[in-house]
Design a protein around this ligand. Structure first.
Ligand code: AN7
Length: 374
């Protein structure tokens, strides 16, 4: 008997809770199993008593939570015999699609908004060999085109309108419940196209044996309610960037704008599913400004050692504000999905920061420069 314990990705880990069988060719890069990091220094800065954990999904193989959904979507595409996949993306979906397509021997076509993709994400799509189509439009235009093209060409959509994406993404909730031994009181998450909040809610619901309208896979007859891991679900709180906050406006936003390019989305595809998640859990949506989210990104990096991209800081940013305002009560156990790695977008992270000091290459100069800071 083999004693190997090699982690093989979330499909193998949660095979009995996912729509796969022995005929599904698993396309995996060992995604999932990401760290749940307890904030150590920020609670004292905020001056409130609470327990907050960051689910750092930026530590997935391509640096974002999208890998969770992509392993499922590409495995199911391979099961169907697909040779090509397509997606619209603000960057992270395209990076994940490109990598998993490379792994599966498929062609990935990615539609990205012109000039609005950080270089790290673009480099990933190119390095993994995707066909990159930069469109003169935004993510929402790309999404519309992807849905149109799927009827015209033999390509499988791997955006989160593909229900297998949410099936993969629900595993983030399983990992949190297992790590904590219970569900959190609040789960806070950035919302762009609204797939991830829906996926997490499906995961939390299945983890405690309950159906949810956020799942479209089986018409309210979920086959995964038999072996609950816990008996409660968290309150779900979805945060958006103020310039791209259709859930706060109650309608799509025509021209979304935010420094958090990952969530520069005005017409979320999983609108109804995300609404259901928030309503069923008695949660809420809220918005944060660009300055607030950048400040939180900086605080996470400089006070906790967690470097995430701007869009990812939105969850922690909103949660801390709601704690300060008392909307989230003291003593709560809170988890925040931090969706993507800071290395994706280094330009935004250093913009406006203190410049690097240049010193002469001698001991006296280096010593003087160091002592100045001590
Ligand atoms: C870092 O890559 O939509 O609400 O095309 O990259 O599930 O859309 C990215 C979304 C949050 C929002 N954080 O998640 C794409 C894309 C990061 C992201 C979101 C995205 P959803």
């Amino acid at each position: 008997m083999s004693k190997a314990t090699h982690y093989q990705g979330l499909i193998e880990r949660y095979r009995d809770r996912l729509p796969v069988d022995e005929n599904t060719p698993v396309v995996s890069l060992n995604e999932g199993d990401t760290p749940l990091i307890k904030l150590q220094n920020i609670p004292a800065i905020i001056g409130k008593s609470f327990e907050m954990y960051v689910k750092f999904d930026g530590q997935n193989p391509t640096g974002s939570f999208k890998d969770r959904g992509m392993t499922m979507a590409v495995s199911k595409a391979a099961e169907k015999g697909a040779k090509a996949i397509v997606c619209a993306s603000t960057g992270n979906t395209s990076a994940a699609a490109a990598a998993y397509a490379a792994r599966a021997g498929m062609t990935a076509f990615v539609l990205i908004p012109e000039g609005k993709i950080p270089m790290g994400k673009l480099a990933q799509a190119i390095a993994h060999g995707a066909v990159v189509l930069q469109i003169r439009g935004n993510f929402d235009d790309g999404m519309r085109l992807v849905k149109e093209i799927a009827g015209e060409a033999p390509v499988e959509i791997v955006n989160s309108v593909n229900p297998y994406r949410l099936q993969g993404q629900k595993t983030g909730a399983f990992e949190i419940v297992e790590a904590l031994g219970r569900a959190p009181d609040y789960h806070c998450i950035p919302v762009g196209n609204a797939g991830n909040i829906s996926g997490y809610w499906i995961g939390y619901s299945e983890a405690c044996g309950q159906n949810t309208a956020s799942c479209t896979l089986c018409d309210g007859n979920c086959p995964y309610l038999e072996n609950p891991m816990t008996d409660t679900r968290p309150i779900m709180v979805g945060y958006q960037a103020a310039g791209a906050a259709p859930f706060m406006r109650g309608a799509p936003v025509e021209k979304p704008e935010t420094v958090a390019t990952a969530i520069r989305i005005g017409n979320p595809q999983s609108w109804d599913l995300a609404k259901a998640a928030v309503e069923e859990s008695s949660g809420w949506f809220d918005e944060v400004t660009d300055q607030e989210l950048l400040d939180t990104q900086s605080m996470l990096a400089s006070k906790e050692g967690i470097f995430c991209e701007p869009a990812s800081a939105v969850s922690v940013c909103g949660a801390l504000r709601d704690l300060r305002d008392g909307k989230i009560p003291e003593g709560s156990l809170i988890t925040c999905t931090v969706t993507g790695h800071g290395l994706k977008d280094t330009a935004t992270a250093i913009e406006g920061r203190d410049p690097v000091q240049t010193v002469d290459a001698d001991l006296a100069s280096v010593k003087a420069a160091i002592l100045k800071h001590l």
